[in-house]
Design a binder for this molecule. Structure first.
Ligand code: GLV
Length: 309
């Protein structure tokens, strides 16, 4: 028996330490180490090299180290019957809410533009907006979307939500399905995207959608890069339909140096840090699912392959 951590970054050893501490009885291996492939029953993965899971013939399940499992479901080398689990964690939810609130406030108070003014030595006061001046629209009302809505509402910010097809069961105004998408977009001075990346949502943030937002709107994409059509965003910004975009996620990460986002004055970027799994908080649920898997008990936070999240 054993659990392998597959992630190609320098956090792999921290995860190993924390998981091992949470379960001294389970052999835990990190990518790059000598791993007894036959003994591995579960892989805990984050952006693993595609195809690498086929090296473990006795694998019984895959645990994502984050919330979004798109990169696992896209790995066609993984047998369909292997269960995939994702992280649901209070910090992952509250960190996302804090990040979005920060970007909303920075937009209202023009903080990104003042930073640019400072860099170019320009003194240029602008009229500022208040919380009561805008409505934030959240696309995707899963755990993260609902957490963001909760903090925004608590901060007095008018918030509406949209889901593709599920009943969000929330107590703030929300819209459902393609038929009501434009009505939702037309109210969203700030659009926050927290949809899962699936074949149905890839490219959903296109010119057609962006042009339905009120003039001068802000886009905040904190979900996955491929939800956005990059060229369409640049067009919408250059035509003045949108006044800015805060992007934490990209088609390719790190974003290639030649990408036009780097130098676009209205694109504000962070390097996929809006909300990052905290090993100390998350390790117990991974170990719990490992034990459930090996004891044949029902798993927690199992992903539906059909829905894609
Ligand atoms: C972060 O992007 C996550 O999916 O947890």
């Amino acid at each position: 028996m054993g659990l392998v951590i597959l992630r190609n970054d320098d956090l792999v050893n921290r995860w190993k330490k924390v998981l091992q501490h949470a379960a001294p009885d389970i052999p835990i291996y990190a990518m790059g180490e000598e791993v007894p492939h036959e003994a591995i029953l579960m892989a805990a993965v984050w952006k693993h090299p595609p195809g690498s899971l086929s090296a473990f013939p006795n694998l019984k399940g895959i645990h994502c180290l984050g919330a979004g499992v798109d990169f696992i479901l896209e790995d066609k080398g993984i047998p369909e019957e292997l269960p995939v689990m994702r992280v649901v964690d209070p910090f992952l939810a509250s960190d996302m809410a804090e990040y979005v609130l920060s970007q909303v406030m920075a937009f209202l108070k023009d903080l990104h533009r003042y930073k640019q003014d400072q860099v170019s030595g320009r003194w240029h006061p602008r009229p500022y907006r208040r919380i009561g001046d805008v409505t934030v629209g959240i696309m995707g009302l899963g755990t993260l979307g609902r957490s963001v809505a909760e903090l925004l509402l608590k901060s007095g910010i008018s918030t509406v939500g949209w889901t593709r097809d599920s009943d969000p069961d929330v107590d703030f105004p929300n819209f459902r399905g393609d038929a009501h998408r434009n009505a939702f977009l037309e109210q969203s001075d700030i659009l926050v995207c927290l949809l899962p990346l699936t074949p149905d949502t890839r490219g959903i943030l296109d010119y057609n959608l962006l042009s339905r937002l009120p003039g001068g709107a802000l886009l905040i994409n904190v979900a996955r890069g491929p939800l956005l059509v990059d060229e369409d965003l640049i067009r919408a910004l250059d035509e003045g339909l949108l006044s800015g975009a805060c992007l934490d996620v990209f088609h390719k990460e790190p974003l290639p140096a030649s990408h036009p986002f780097w130098n676009h004055p209205h694109v504000h970027m962070t390097p996929h840090v809006a909300s990052v799994s905290d090993p100390d908080s998350v390790a117990p649920q991974i170990i719990d699912n490992y034990r459930r898997l090996t004891e044949g008990r029902p798993l927690k936070n199992e992903v539906s392959r059909e829905r894609g999240y």
